[in-house]
Design a protein around this ligand. Structure first.
Ligand SMILES: *[C@@H]1O[C@H](CO)[C@@H](O)[C@H](O)[C@H]1NC(C)=O
Ligand SMILES: *[C@@H]1O[C@H](CO)[C@@H](O)[C@H](O)[C@H]1NC(C)=O
Ligand SMILES: *[C@@H]1O[C@H](CO)[C@@H](O)[C@H](O)[C@H]1NC(C)=O
Ligand SMILES: *[C@@H]1O[C@H](CO)[C@@H](O)[C@H](O)[C@H]1NC(C)=O
Length: 328
């Protein structure tokens, strides 16, 4: 009945605005009125600096059963402008009955936001240095009124903590570090808002640990060491070979001996079978040092010998004449 409309509904309890990075969410606790068939609904309103209270225009938080209103949705992606002075209130409604308004303190996103750590952090080892790259915790918009700068705090094992920054680009170079040492670091974003002038530090990131690479001087040392090492190795090898040659001279001589083949004198004979083989053999003295284990007797059939017409006769002429002269 109409009389019911005068009975008060309990107001939502503990309203809170959650501002984290780009997120803007108002939440509250149920006012425990209503029943299963007709649950209580909530209405959220906003007010900017000098305007009147009004339903939130870009999100539907006017007749909701949920106990939160998310301003940063696909429809209202940016949420309230981050420099706006926003006041919010919420009440419960059930039919014609309404509760008192529950309010949260006014806020400006840039002033009240909790800034998370930089995102997409990548640590790359450099020569006696580390390069940290990252992206902003959230988009501050196109205006230059607000921007991030970054700090890194870092420490070597057992060393003292140092700070690098502020850096306005999305990377920080930690240099003058010891090569081949593990350094740990955390990065932090800091929001600078020009109007009003507010500096707001963000949360530190997780700890990243990374070993540095060789710097220029250790690289040079390495090159020198490797060169000296290779030189020493070559020297040792050469010395070793020389020693072995000296030690096993006889054995090596035996191994490297020319395998038995057709002695040159016999070859000569085969080219000109008219010459008596024995004279040819007598003429050129056999190398006396070479001790042949076995003598291969090569028989050259007469017919084949006759067919054998050396193609390079002319080149053989001179020695051939010598031999003939020697025969006479
Ligand atoms: C639920 O509430 C509505 C409005 O207050 C009332 O008309 C209805 O009878 C209630 N239903 C139950 C099951 O209590
Ligand atoms: C707002 O949401 C409520 C419940 O979620 C729905 O009944 C209503 O139609 C919506 N209004 C608009 C304008 O989308
Ligand atoms: C924001 O608005 C509230 C009331 O609407 C006011 O009390 C407060 O001073 C304003 N804040 C700033 C920084 O203007
Ligand atoms: C935002 O910060 C101002 C002071 O800087 C404070 O008065 C106000 O209550 C804060 N708002 C919220 C919702 O915390």
């Amino acid at each position: 009945g109409i009389g019911d409309c005068f009975s008060q509904l309990a107001a939502p309890r503990n309203p809170k605005i959650h501002l984290y990075n780009a997120e803007q969410v108002l939440s509250w606790e149920s006012s425990s009125a209503g029943n299963d068939t007709e649950p209580v609904r909530y209405r959220v309103q906003n007010k900017f600096t000098s305007n009147n209270w009004d339903d939130v225009s870009l999100v539907n938080c006017s007749q909701i059963t949920a106990t939160e209103c998310r301003f940063t949705t696909a429809n209202f992606s940016g949420g309230f402008q981050k420099d706006f002075n926003v006041s919010l209130r919420v009440r419960a409604e059930l039919g014609c009955r309404v509760s008192a308004w529950a309010t949260v303190p006014w806020f400006q996103h840039f002033r009240n936001v909790t800034i998370g750590p930089p995102e997409n952090i990548v640590v790359t080892p450099g020569g006696g240095s580390l390069i940290v790259t990252f992206s902003a915790p959230f988009d501050t918009g196109s205006s230059a009124e607000a921007s991030f700068s970054y700090y890194a705090r870092y420490w070597g094992k057992g060393g003292t903590q140092q700070v690098k920054g502020p850096e306005t680009s999305n990377s920080i170079l930690l240099n003058n570090l010891k090569p081949f040492r593990v350094y740990c670091l955390q990065v932090q974003a800091q929001l600078f808002w020009t109007t009003p002038k507010i500096v707001k530090p963000g949360n530190f990131s997780n700890t990243f640990c990374q070993e540095t690479a060789a710097d220029a001087s250790t690289r040079l040392q390495q090159i020198i060491l490797i060169s000296v090492g290779i030189f020493a190795l070559l020297l040792a090898l050469t010395g070793g070979c020389f020693f072995l040659v000296l030690r096993y001279q006889e054995l090596i001589k035996y191994w490297f001996h020319t395998p038995p083949g057709i002695p040159s004198q016999i070859e000569e004979y085969l080219k000109d079978p008219t010459q008596p083989i024995l004279e040819v053999l007598d003429k050129d003295s056999w190398p006396k040092d070479d001790a042949w284990d076995s003598v291969s007797i090569i028989s050259s059939p007469e017919k084949e010998g006759e067919d054998f017409e050396p193609k390079h006769w002319s080149s053989q002429e001179t020695p051939q004449e010598d031999i003939e002269q020697g025969n006479r």
